[in-house]
Design a protein around this ligand. Structure first.
Ligand code: DHE
Length: 545
């Protein structure tokens, strides 16, 4: 059968695959040779850890600790791994991904005690920390002729690089080496520094004022990560940077000039609701508040949002708001007062009030919501709304976000749009645009994964127009060609999409004219290897989406 988009999304390889790990053997578990154990551990971190967790305590996937697995036994586990389950476990055997011998090995492996990756504290971070250009040797003003507010930082996922692309000329300014399998880019409040995190938790700080923008500082904050953000409250612009890690489960606040790690906080603790201990609550999205000197840190497995007050790092105050598991991605509403975060396993959006530091609402949406940062626009009937698509179904939920002038609609799903299909990851609009764009890169049907749906905001009842983005890219190579992540330019009159092919195949960036919905430009270059996310400097700096 076809594996659900949710599972494909999470079954990616973890950088922990290469880490040495402490291993104990469980005398009650079936025998394995050291070579089998090492190979099985590698397969586990390549395919299984994303859903079942590093310590196999379970997340989207079931817990797989020896107290459970030994009771099931090797034969039962082999059937499960071979055929999968309707609950979302892929059919690793019948799909041909694992050989019968590998299935047998994995069934024995998950009955052993989980090997534990090392911790990563201050000494480890300091050992990786490099200031390449110290603050006093950096330019005092912008030294290049680029319109840096309209630069795009494009993730070149499998190359471990980002491309800086001039949004005006569509030329690649430079390709900069970053961490392994880069995940996101974020901007400092001033618009000068770009921060990029790799999955291997390497953070690069890039100075856009240099004649040739490049890395001025770097550090590793852990062994696996997905998020980075910079302080944005008045008086604290460019002062701190925060990195959130999957392993170890923690976040670190760093000096905004040099990336010197200053304060590390563990996120291990109790799960909301059950109040049972979780040893591995991964840090997902982080956003900087515009209302207070706070970072909003979303912890996946515990279902908690931490509002971390950075005004005094020695007397760190944190407000903990429990909502629902597993908190993943999200974005601000148009006033920046509310943070809307997907509790993806609960099919909910939690609304966090950044002014009053409280939970404003929990909103039921479709199956496995995945907003990216979501999209804000003015609905002709319901006023300001924020929207999300779903990985698990074809719907888009519009949620009212104005408790003052549109109180009756606030934090309710006011309208549900039908999209192209499941497997949606990102949705986008812009204050200057009359359109809402939704991608479906993880839909199993190539027609849908290679195109996007566009809605006319003033005529939502008309349904969507399909833009055949991958076709427009005119890529001769065969293969996936997933169309991913709409992102506007600064002016809000162009939308950029990645056409994400395999590492050894041609990829492209397609630019669409937002007014006419016609093709405006195709950017192709041998250096554009596996482009996925792209981040416009102005829109990222000011949280415009
Ligand atoms: Fe992402 C954002 C985690 C797979 C592209 N991704 C995020 C965020 C998290 C996250 C926690 C929010 C960061 C923030 O806002 O601070 N992503 C994960 C995973 O754990 C997961 C499921 C599997 C994995 O092993 O990484 C995963 N993500 C993917 C992909 O397969 C994508 C499509 C391609 C890629 O580059 O790996 C992908 N994720 C993105 C992008 C963003 C993102 C482009 C930023 C969206 C934005 O608009 O800010």
């Amino acid at each position: 059968g076809v594996t659900a988009p949710e599972v494909n999304y999470q079954a990616g390889s973890s950088p922990l695959v290469d880490e040495p790990m402490y291993q104990s053997t469980n005398p009650k578990a079936p025998k394995m040779t050291q070579a089998e154990f090492d190979r099985a551990r590698q397969i586990y971190f390549e395919r299984c850890a994303g859903c079942h967790g590093v310590l196999r305590k379970g997340a989207t996937g079931k817990p797989l600790t020896p107290d459970i697995t030994i009771g099931k036994g090797t034969d039962y586990l082999k059937v499960f791994i071979t055929y999968g389950s309707p609950a979302g476990m892929p059919n690793w055997g019948t799909s041909g991904d694992l050989t019968p011998a590998e299935v047998d090995m994995m069934a024995r492996y998950v009955q052993q005690d989980p090997p534990i990756p090392p911790e990563f504290g201050m000494a480890a971070m300091k050992a990786t920390w490099k200031v390449i250009v110290p603050p006093d040797q950096r330019p005092k003003k912008k030294m290049n002729n680029y319109n840096i507010t309209n630069i795009f930082s494009t993730t070149l996922r499998d190359a471990g690089q980002i491309a800086l692309i001039d949004g005006d000329s569509k030329q690649i300014i430079s390709v900069i080496k970053t961490g392994y399998a880069v995940h996101i880019s974020r901007m400092s409040a001033s618009g000068r520094y770009l921060f990029v995190t790799g999955r291997d938790a390497k953070v690069n700080m890039i100075d856009l004022w240099m004649e040739h923008p490049d890395t001025v500082a770097e550090v590793r904050t852990g062994l696996e990560a997905r998020s980075v953000e910079s302080s944005k409250f008045k008086g604290y612009e460019d002062k701190y940077v925060i990195s959130g890690t999957y392993w170890p489960p923690q976040f670190v606040i760093m000096n905004g000039d040099t990336l010197e790690p200053l304060k590390i906080v563990s996120t291990r603790g109790m799960v909301v609701g059950t109040q049972e201990y979780h040893p591995e609550p991964r840090v997902a999205s982080i956003v900087a508040s515009h209302f207070k000197p706070e970072f909003i840190v979303n912890v996946k497995e515990t279902g908690k949002t931490l509002m971390v007050d950075y005004s005094d790092l020695n007397a760190l105050k944190t407000i903990e708001i429990g909502s629902a598991p597993f908190l993943h991605d999200g974005g601000l509403d148009s006033t920046k007062r509310y943070f809307m975060v997907a509790a993806n396993n609960s099919n909910k959006i939690s609304v966090i009030d950044l002014k009053d530091d409280k939970l404003a609402a929990i909103v039921d949406v479709g199956k496995t919501p995945h907003p990216g940062r979501g999209a804000n626009f003015i609905h002709p009937k319901f006023g300001p709304v924020w929207s999300t698509g779903d990985l698990g179904d074809e719907f888009i939920s519009l949620i009212g976000t104005d408790p003052i002038k549109h109180k009756q609609y606030a934090f309710k799903v006011v309208e549900t749009l039908k999209g192209q299909g499941g497997g949606a990851l990102f949705i986008k609009s812009h204050p200057k645009s009359k359109h809402l764009y939704s991608d479906t890169p993880l839909n199993p049907d190539p027609k849908l994964s290679q195109s996007v749906a566009v809605y006319d905001i003033d005529n939502l009842e008309k349904g969507y127009t399909v833009l055949p983005i991958a076709e427009w890219a005119d890529i001769k190579d065969d293969g996936a060609k997933r169309v991913v992540q709409p992102e506007f330019n600064k002016a809000g009159d162009e939308v950029w999409f990645s056409v994400w092919s395999a590492k050894n195949k041609e990829s492209a960036i397609v630019v669409v004219d937002d007014k006419t919905l016609k093709l405006k430009a195709v950017i192709k270059d041998p250096r554009l290897i596996t482009p996925t996310g792209h981040f416009n400097v102005n829109n990222t700096q000011h949280d415009v989406y």
